[in-house]
Design a protein around this ligand. Structure first.
Ligand code: UDP
Ligand code: MG
Length: 383
């Protein structure tokens, strides 16, 4: 079924190709004619020529190769989503590296920078790039919401049938993009990078190993590096998975539990060149709490009573047994039970059990009435 989906995606992607091109052709008729001079030509090739005319003539050979490359991956368009917070020095080098990596495999791609409320010149740098290159898109948040909402906003706008995410700090290597796409095209829905050789401080490497181990055990998703910024997705994944709070660490879990096929490939990792990490020591606590959240929200969000009801029932029954035993002592043996600690334990278990049930009922009510809400407000964008 999964494969069917994949095929459908590809087919629909190809069949969508024409109307999409047509629309942009109609809307930007003059623009296209000026830039490519090939508006009247067959649309698919028109697009490639448009690309070619922007560059020097030496690229002719590469253009001939492109269709087979795209076909090889089986994707129509690649969207590269880059969340960033105060990464002004890295943006331009990153942009060049992405161009080098992606230009050779596809002429149809977009780079979506999501500025997560930077207070430095990041947005200015992005705007400079966007004014020169129409493939550069951006969204800028009014304030810092976090990496997950930033990814979410980028996912929302990504129009490619393959989506790549990567950090903006030059730690992830854009040269790995073709490898990720190759793996993705083998029939996977999400391919996560695995920073086997990490260039991070010891504490981070160690704690990350522990978290990855815990997450692997608790989620049943067998990959080594859940929090790697460099990942490739089929668009269905990014349109389905809701990444909020700080759940970006667990996207493979959310995807895997939603029935998507997850794989990993080893990727190169570099030391941070500019600026500093945006996640302090609090990441360890948050990471653990988030794992519980992921487990709860993924498995029980639609059926909270199964979660709370289970513990409520357990607690209530234990309390019932304890107090039943005390009642037996009192009635049949005439023993005083008023000052026995067991009595308080039994009462506590019954009350807690009843409360769990109440919370479960409230949860069920909320599930019935809540609608999805966006957790961010966009300051400006060019999409
Ligand atoms: N980031 C973001 N919003 C935040 C924190 C981080 O968009 O609130 C971006 C950051 O700019 C970088 C990526 O998320 O592009 C990963 O952050 P960082 O490199 O600090 O994480 P680390 O590599 O230390 O895990
Ligand atoms: Mg980093």
């Amino acid at each position: 079924m999964e494969e069917n989906n994949v095929k459908q995606n590809n087919n629909s992607a190809q069949s969508q190709n024409k109307p999409v091109e047509k629309k942009s052709g109609d809307e930007n008729k003059n623009q296209n004619r000026n830039r490519s001079g090939n508006y009247h030509k067959k649309r698919y090739y028109g697009n490639r020529n448009y690309h070619k005319s922007d560059k020097n003539k030496g690229e002719k050979k590469e253009d001939i190769r492109q269709p087979s490359r795209i076909k090889k991956f089986g994707f129509r368009k690649v969207s590269i989503v880059v969340p960033l917070l105060n990464e002004e020095e890295s943006i331009k080098p990153l942009y060049s590296q992405i161009k080098t990596a992606v230009d050779s495999i596809s002429s149809d791609y977009e780079i979506i920078f999501v500025d997560d409320g930077s207070s430095d010149d990041s947005l200015k740098k992005i705007k400079e790039l966007a004014s020169r290159d129409r493939k550069v898109r951006y969204i800028s948040f009014r304030k810092n919401y976090g990496k997950s909402p930033a990814l979410n906003a980028g996912f929302d706008k990504a129009s490619g049938d393959a989506v790549i995410t990567m950090d903006a700090d030059l730690q992830d290597d854009p040269a790995e993009i073709p490898n990720l796409l190759t793996k993705l095209s083998e029939g996977y829905d999400l391919v996560s990078g695995w920073k086997r050789k990490r260039h991070d401080p010891f504490v981070k490497r160690f704690s990350s190993k522990f978290f990855n181990y815990m997450t692997r055990i608790m989620s049943g998703i067998k990959i080594h590096d859940f929090n790697c910024g460099l990942k490739a997705y089929r668009s269905a994944v990014v349109k389905t998975v809701d990444v909020h709070g700080e759940l970006h660490r667990y996207i493979p879990v959310l995807a895997g539990w939603n029935g998507f096929k997850v794989a990993e490939v080893v990727v190169k990792h570099h030391p941070r060149r500019y600026g500093k990490t945006k996640f302090g020591i609090s990441r360890f606590f948050k990471g653990f709490v988030d794992l519980l959240t992921v487990i709860f929200t993924t498995r029980y969000i639609k059926r909270p009573m199964h979660f709370f009801g289970f513990f409520g029932f357990l607690s209530f029954m234990l309390g019932f047994l304890v107090n039943g035993y005390l009642s037996y002592e009192k009635i049949f043996h005439g023993r005083a039970i008023g000052n026995r600690p067991l009595l308080f334990l039994g009462m506590l278990l019954i009350i807690v059990g009843a409360q769990f049930f109440s919370v479960g009922f409230l949860g069920e009510i909320i599930v019935h009435y809540t609608r999805d809400k966006k957790a961010y407000s966009i300051k400006e964008k060019n999409i």
